[in-house]
Design a protein around this ligand. Structure first.
Ligand code: FE2
Ligand code: FE2
Length: 194
C-alpha cells in the first residue's frame, strides 16, 4: 500500500475529525523522525494508520484478539486500549503491511511499553502532541519533544501524566502502560536509548 492508498483507506473509514487527526499525527511523526534521526517513512505510515480501528465495535475487536492470539489481558479493556493492537493485527493480515516497526508503532501508540523502538516512541509522542490536542499541559510536552532532545524523557512525561489521569479517575491501568512508566522513569539512573 502506498501512502495515498493509506490516506484513502483512513478517509473512507473514519469520521472527518479522526481522519484529520491521523494526518496531523503523521505530520508530527515526520517532524520528530527528522529531529531524532528516525525512519521518516515508517513514522508517517504508522501515523496515518494508527487509529484505523478506533471506532470498530468491541465484539469484532475481541474476535481479532482471539483469532490472532493477541495478549488476552486485552479482553478486560475497552476500545481505547484495544484499537491499537487490533489495528496492527488487521494491517498485517488484511492489508499487507509487513514491516514490524510500523506494526508495533501502531500496536503500542496508546499504551506504550518498556523498551520501545524509536518509531514506537515517535508515534506515541506524536499522538499526544499533534497540534490540535488541547490536553492540559500539552504545551510543556511539545516543548520537551521538539527542543529538549530526549524521546525517552518525553515518553516518560506522557506516561506519567496518563497514569495520573487514569488513577485519579479510577480507571484500570493496562500493564504495558505501567511497564512503560517504570522503564522510562528518570528518577533512576538509566542510559538513554536514543
Ligand atoms: Fe488511538
Ligand atoms: Fe490517535
Amino acid at each position: 500500500m502506498n501512502k495515498q492508498q493509506a490516506r484513502d483507506l483512513i478517509e473512507n473509514k473514519l469520521p472527518e475529525k479522526r481522519f484529520k487527526h491521523s494526518l496531523r499525527v503523521a505530520d508530527t511523526a515526520i517532524k520528530l523522525a527528522q529531529i531524532y534521526g528516525g525512519d521518516v517513512d515508517k513514522a508517517e505510515y504508522a501515523g496515518i494508520l494508527h487509529d484505523f480501528c478506533k471506532y470498530d465495535d468491541l465484539g469484532s475487536m475481541y474476535q481479532i484478539v482471539q483469532q490472532h492470539e493477541l495478549d488476552t489481558s486485552l479482553l478486560s479493556f475497552g476500545s481505547e486500549i484495544l484499537h491499537g493492537p487490533v489495528c496492527a493485527a488487521l494491517m498485517r493480515t488484511e492489508y499487507g503491511i509487513d514491516d514490524p516497526e510500523i506494526l508495533s508503532a501502531i500496536a503500542y501508540h496508546t499504551t506504550g511499553r518498556a523498551q520501545m523502538t524509536k518509531t514506537e516512541k515517535i508515534v506515541f509522542i506524536a499522538d499526544y502532541i499533534e497540534p490540535a490536542r488541547q490536553i492540559p499541559g500539552v504545551e510543556e510536552i511539545r516543548e520537551m519533544a521538539y527542543n529538549q532532545g530526549s524521546l525517552d524523557r518525553t515518553v516518560y512525561e506522557i506516561s506519567k501524566r496518563t497514569v495520573l489521569h487514569l488513577i485519579s479517575n479510577d480507571i484500570t491501568v493496562f500493564n504495558s502502560t505501567i511497564e512503560c512508566l517504570n522503564y522510562y522513569n528518570y528518577s533512576e539512573e538509566r542510559i538513554e536509548d536514543d
